[in-house]
Design a protein around this ligand. Structure first.
Ligand code: ADP
Ligand code: MN
Length: 183
């Protein structure tokens, strides 16, 4: 079973999946690293300091790497909702996300771009359009362990085929960053 952990950069995908991969149940693919290591991209965007992934190549490579001896393969990437049908979208309030991104070597422009994407629910909206099941999880407060626990519960529910209550609790649209724009 393929499950994506997606969300704007800084929402916590890599931190939580680094913990999840210690569990024998989960194979984790850190997709952004794989894309760079194996050059699974079609273009290098020097202006925006990023690469444009070739999603056909990426998808085929993920299927090759998927090890079915694990009950669950988790994909860590802001692109994982392009690939998986079941995704968990991590969300962080723009104010908190700003703090996290400013600690990175991101340019002012790149920070601004990501804050705007988060405030406008871009990844959530794409996930809802493209995926079968979408869970939205707020990572503004709490800590990585707390988020890992919540994700563990969601994945357990999916494996048991019992997601009604979880789909309600983590329903897309539960978080709302509209106050970020002021009035
Ligand atoms: P991403 O991979 O989505 O870009 P990272 O995991 O690299 O995000 O960074 C997220 C940062 O936010 C980490 O420094 C992490 O410790 C911090 N953080 C704080 N609270 C949480 C939380 N509840 N869940 C996940 N990460 C959190
Ligand atoms: Mn990451």
């Amino acid at each position: 079973m393929l499950i994506g952990i997606t969300g704007t950069p800084g929402t916590g995908k890599t931190s939580v999946t680094k913990l999840l991969e210690k569990d024998y149940m989960y194979q984790v693919i850190h997709l952004n690293e794989l894309i760079k290591e194996e050059k699974l991209y079609s273009e290098v965007d020097t202006e925006r300091d990023c690469v444009v992934a070739d999603m056909d190549m990426v998808y085929n490579r993920v299927l090759e790497l998927q090890d079915i001896s694990y009950p669950v393969t988790i994909i860590d990437s802001h692109l994982s909702h392009h690939i998986a049908d079941i995704v968990i979208v991590l969300r962080t309030s723009p104010a908190k996300l700003k703090e996290r991104l400013e600690k990175r070597k991101y340019s002012v422009e790149k920070v601004r771009e990501n804050l705007e994407a988060e405030a406008l629910d871009i990844i959530l909206a794409e996930a809802v359009d493209w995926c079968e099941k979408v869970f939205e999880l707020d990572t503004t407060e709490g800590n990585v362990e707390r988020t890992v626990k919540d994700i563990g519960k969601i994945i357990m529910g999916i494996r048991m085929g019992d997601t009604n209550e979880l789909e309600n609790r983590y329903r897309p649209g539960t978080v709302d960053w509209s106050e970020f724009f002021g009035d």
